[in-house]
Design a protein around this ligand. Structure first.
Ligand code: XLS
Ligand code: CA
Ligand code: CA
Length: 434
């Protein structure tokens, strides 16, 4: 049985008017000597593709899911696996990501839930072997169940903490069983609603202990992929501890976790944090800590996490400039943590949405590569700091300088003639390539 009313999506080039074709994403086309698909490493998000009913706080789900009988059964979960792999095959997406509770139902007790997971993981393993699809990362859902209402690894209740640990232990084992390349922590409930009832220091200590136990368990079972922390400032918690890339890096450094952890940066979370996506990516990449990306966008008119599909070529260009700048992904990729609008209820809308995202990133990749080849942008930035390439600059950068020495220079050197930052000229330069 096929559920997506289309053939495998092919590349037809920019001249095509076929909505069910790629105009820019041509998987094997080389960009700078590397195939597009290896640059972009697209992943499908199991939770959005298979489990998102498109409900909102004001109304029930609208998504047509003819394969889903609405039950919390393992049979239903197994059926979804076939549908998901049909989706991956048709879009040509070669990676995927899941939460434990997306792929298998949470049942009456933990061992029954674990058993359900094992059954579905077995099937996923077979499908991966048949198709060559890879698991980009796994994660545990530590935010949906009411037991996590006050946090998981930062819960005030040690028994909840233990439950969360057991869930992560199992999710890690499933990730390992599926040869997952990474494992993500997103702390939706790891934060607080009010400081009146919160011991922040204690909660952060608990979170760090939790992550150290995760590393220890990974080592025991032979999972050597990186862990990712995914920053987001709020929603669902009023304040989340992993509020942005800088806060996460500070936490990882404070608790000695930088060896095994990197960051998974999401576009819509960056904007919620009051930053641009490029800012969050640059903060991470500059210290070698950018691991993976959740590809989506927010809506400038709506102040929450709308998780829309990325369609803005300027943004995909800026993202790919950072990714190319760091030499590309290693274990990470571009995970479409994005959902259709509620009005787009048809299974085929999932295909259209992903075609758009993949084409937007293919263009962003080609444009970013062209900008780098052209070299004017990088040359401008290099030149802007040229005074630091002089003897004086070298002394400052190497730590050999003192305030007294600099003061002498300032007293005798006169007023420095500052060069223009030329922002508008550079914006025009970027637009030449779009
Ligand atoms: C929610 C997050 C979540 C993580 C995985 O806003 O983006 O989906 O990516 O738990
Ligand atoms: Ca995400
Ligand atoms: Ca999100």
């Amino acid at each position: 049985m096929q559920y997506f009313d289309c053939d495998k999506i092919r590349y037809e080039g920019p001249g095509s008017k076929n909505p069910l074709a790629f105009k820019h994403y041509n998987p094997d086309e080389l960009v700078g000597g590397k195939a597009m698909k290896d640059h972009l490493r697209f992943a499908g998000a199991y939770w959005h593709v298979m489990r998102n009913t498109l409900g909102d706080p004001f109304g029930a789900g609208t998504a047509h899911m003819p394969w889903d009988d609405g039950s919390n059964s393992v049979e239903n979960a197994l059926r979804r696996v076939d549908v998901f792999f049909e989706f991956l095959d048709k879009t040509g997406i070669e990676f995927y990501c899941w939460h434990d509770r997306d792929i298998a139902p949470e049942l009456n007790d933990l061992s029954a839930s674990n058993q359900a997971l094992d059954t579905v993981v077995e099937k996923l393993k077979t499908k991966q072997a048949e198709t060559g699809v890879k698991l980009l990362w796994g994660t545990a859902c530590l935010f949906a169940h009411p037991r996590y209402a006050q946090g998981a690894a930062t819960s005030p209740d040690a028994r909840v903490y233990a439950y969360a640990a057991a869930q992560v232990k199992k999710a890690l084992e499933c990730t390992k069983a599926l040869d997952g390349l990474g494992y993500t922590f997103w702390g939706g409930r790891e934060g607080y609603a009010t400081l009146l009832n919160t011991d922040m220091k204690r909660e952060l200590d608990h979170l760090a202990a939790f992550l150290h136990m995760a590393i220890e368990h990974a080592d025991q079972i032979g999972f050597d992929g990186p862990f990712y922390i995914e920053p987001k400032p709020r929603e669902p918690s009023t304040h989340q501890y992993d509020s942005d890339a800088a806060a996460c890096l500070n936490f990882l450094r404070q608790y000695g976790l930088t060896d095994r952890f990197k960051l998974n940066i999401e576009a819509n979370h960056a904007t919620l944090a009051g930053h641009t996506m490029e800012h969050e990516l640059t903060v991470s990449a500059d210290v070698g800590m950018l691991g993976s990306i959740d590809a989506n966008r927010g809506d400038p008119l709506i102040g929450w996490d709308t998780d829309q599909f990325p369609t803005d070529i300027m943004q995909t260009t800026q993202i790919m400039l950072v990714v190319l700048g760091m030499g590309g992904f290693t274990t990470g990729g571009l995970n479409f943590d994005a959902k259709r609008r509620r009005e787009s209820h048809d299974p085929l809308d999932l295909i259209h949405a992903h075609i758009g995202g993949m084409d937007a990133f293919a263009r962003g990749l080609k444009i970013a590569h062209a900008i780098r080849e052209d070299g004017r942008l990088a040359a401008f930035v290099r030149e802007r700091y040229a005074s630091f390439d002089t003897e004086l600059g070298r002394r400052i950068e190497s730590g050999a300088c003192s305030f007294a020495e600099l003061e002498k220079l300032a007293l005798t050197g006169g007023e420095p003639a500052l060069a223009s930052g030329r922002q508008e000229m550079l914006e025009n330069l970027i637009n030449e390539f779009l």
